[in-house]
Design a protein around this ligand. Structure first.
Ligand code: PEP
Ligand code: MG
Length: 590
């Protein structure tokens, strides 16, 4: 049964008299929240549409432009007065909203609708918003598609200003001081998040959103449980309803029975105890019971995420997916812009190593306006192939990375290497970028390490020359599994066949780690396998000593490492690999 079918069925049973209702969505920030619903209004759904008289056009246009300017001013004020402990993402998100407000595609076109069609200001704004939202919805890239929600959120706020409302959320100040509030909304904008900060709110539930939506990003950084993509939660619950938000399983329980509530309170306490215990691990080393020290690094996509990495005790950045600096914009970031982005990560990491992966464009990550025409883009001009085919673009990035290397420990990571000549060509491009910086008199670290992603099976099989020629290796299990098992990692229909435990995958990982050990070259895993704490023992058993993952996963994995005996696991895993069967990670606990 699909999620919406389940929700409908449960809704019907609720209507038939059952007061308890469970809704299914996508859990994007773990934890349990229990409290009373506060519904955040969706003004766009409720605005009135009418045509205005000829002699009112000028006044209506001013009404709209004044509301846009007021909203813009509010955003600036908020950005300037962000509390010191506000999540870093909020400032960036506010500036995106500020830009949208002054974007002619929104503002000028809406004003033109008043002029040409005599729409009232609210209608003009929502009509133009609809056009933009449809354009965003047609974008294939999930991250960019979700940016359509920014347009909607900005419009919501302008509509509230037009209606004279100062407060987005009418919080019930008379609520019992001990009672937690759960925000239920169609969607939650970053600006709403700031307004909500001072209030006692414990969880989020929204109709829209996905794993990379703003609600998800901000909720995770605030550590507040959240479930998104619930479909119709805003219409199905009322202010004051009791709800349980289960951020791990992606469910919302509305008006739970006393027994269910007690059960969830116990689960919540267990979870809180577990997190409190985990946070004690932030500064202790990731050392196995038999004294093997493991590096635990973080993966980031944007510079701001480095702070979260430090907060979770990361010993470095193992993977900075630099292509995210290039996505969702009409132009390319300049050398200076890139340098500043890399430098900000280096500065935040305070001399911990920062591994910057050169552009991994192509496949599902393409530049704006550069729609892929390849029959199978995952096998096409992607990653290092793309960079070597665009030498100017590559040289600009390499200069920016090299300049950042003068300020800390920076490493270069080459994605999707399959041929030794790609390694040689990259080394030559780095040497040439160094010469250009010499000519300019700009500093860089002449000894910066250069490594490669091992994510193509050919590389993992014929690994020796790569391990010899490079300073380190990092296994990208996401792509390695995709290419080994011929499973498109983005295709839901074959998702069940995407199997990290397939013996072929494990042998390729083992082969790479063993080659690194023989030749004295560090080997990391930076694909999603590294952050799955149920696979920690297996990876230790394969001999892995460097894991790189999302910051929020670091402490769970560290706990696993500290409870494991590395040498015993190596024996067990070696035996199992020889038998060529799948390894059940559960057997590694006894
Ligand atoms: C991988 O393929 O495992 C990896 C870490 O790179 P990406 O997910 O960015 O392709
Ligand atoms: Mg990859």
């Amino acid at each position: 049964m699909t999620n919406s079918a389940k929700a409908n069925k449960l809704t019907q049973s609720a209507k038939a008299g059952n007061p308890m209702m469970c809704l299914y969505g996508q859990g994007v920030a773990r934890g349990y929240a229990i409290g009373r619903v506060v519904v955040l209004g969706a003004t766009a759904l409720e605005v009135s549409h009418y045509r205005i008289a000829e002699d009112q056009i000028q006044a209506e246009k001013s009404r709209l432009t004044n509301a846009l300017a007021t909203t813009q001013r509010e955003m600036h004020e908020m950005a300037a007065n962000l509390p010191a402990d506000a999540p870093r993402e909020l400032a960036a998100l506010l500036s995106v909203h500020g830009m949208l407000l002054s974007d002619p595609l929104l503002a000028d076109q809406a004003v033109a609708l008043i002029d040409e069609k005599h729409y009232n200001a609210e209608w003009a704004l929502t009509a133009q918003g609809q056009i933009l939202a449809e354009q965003f919805a047609a974008i294939e890239d999930e991250y960019l598609r979700e940016r359509g929600s920014d347009v909607r959120q900005v419009i919501e706020r302008v509509l509230q200003v037009l209606s004279g409302s100062k407060q987005v959320l009418a919080l019930n100040h008379e609520a019992d001081a001990d009672e937690h509030l759960i925000v239920v909304a169609h969607d939650i904008s970053p600006a709403d998040m700031i307004r909500l900060r001072g209030a006692r709110f414990a969880g989020f539930a929204t109709d829209l959103g996905g794993a990379t939506s703003h609600t998800a990003i901000v909720a995770r950084s605030l550590g507040v449980p959240a479930v998104v993509a619930l479909g119709h939660v805003r219409r199905l619950v009322r202010d004051g309803d009791m709800v349980v938000v289960d951020g791990a399983h992606g469910t919302i329980l509305v008006n739970p029975s006393r027994e269910a509530l007690e059960q969830y309170r116990r689960l919540q306490q267990l979870y809180l105890d577990e997190r409190a215990e985990l946070s004690l691990l932030k500064d202790v080393p990731a050392e196995t019971l038999d004294g093997i020290l493991i590096e635990l690094e973080a993966n980031i996509e944007l510079p701001d995420e480095a702070a979260l990495a430090v907060a979770n005790g990361a010993t470095g950045i193992g993977l900075f997916r630099s292509e995210f600096l290039f996505l969702g914009r009409g132009d390319l970031p300049t050398e200076q812009e890139q340098f500043e982005a890399y430098l900000s990560v280096v500065t935040t990491m305070q001399h911990r190593p920062v591994t910057i992966r050169t552009l991994d464009l192509g496949a599902d990550k393409t530049l704006d306006g550069e729609a892929t025409v390849a029959t199978n883009p995952a096998l096409g001009l992607r990653a290092i192939r793309y960079c070597l085919a665009h030498p100017e673009l590559f040289a600009t990035q390499l200069r920016a990375i090299l300049r950042a290397s003068a300020h800390g420990t920076v490493r270069i990571l080459i994605p999707m290497v399959a041929h030794m000549h790609e390694v040689h060509a990259t080394r030559a491009a780095i040497a040439s970028a160094k010469r250009e910086l010499d000519e300019r008199g700009q500093a860089y670290d002449d000894h910066l390490l250069v490594g490669a992603m091992v994510e193509v099976p050919a590389t993992a099989i014929a690994i020796e020359p790569f391990a010899e020629a490079l300073d380190f290796l990092s296994i990208g299990t996401n792509d390695l599994i995709q290419y080994t098992l011929a499973i498109d990692r983005a295709d839901n229909e074959v998702a069940a066949l995407y199997d990290p435990l397939h013996p072929a995958v494990l042998r390729l990982i083992a082969n790479t780690i063993n080659a690194g050990e023989r030749l004295g070259k560090p080997v990391a895993v930076c694909g999603e396998m590294a952050g799955d704490s149920q696979l920690t023992r297996l990876l230790l058993g394969l001999g892995l000593k460097n894991f790189s993952m999302q910051a929020q996963q670091l402490l769970d994995v560290k706990r696993e490492i500290r409870g494991a005996h590395s040498n015993a696991l190596r024996l067990k895993v070696a035996n199992a690999l020889n038998r060529a069967s799948e390894i059940d990670p559960a057997t590694l606990y006894h």
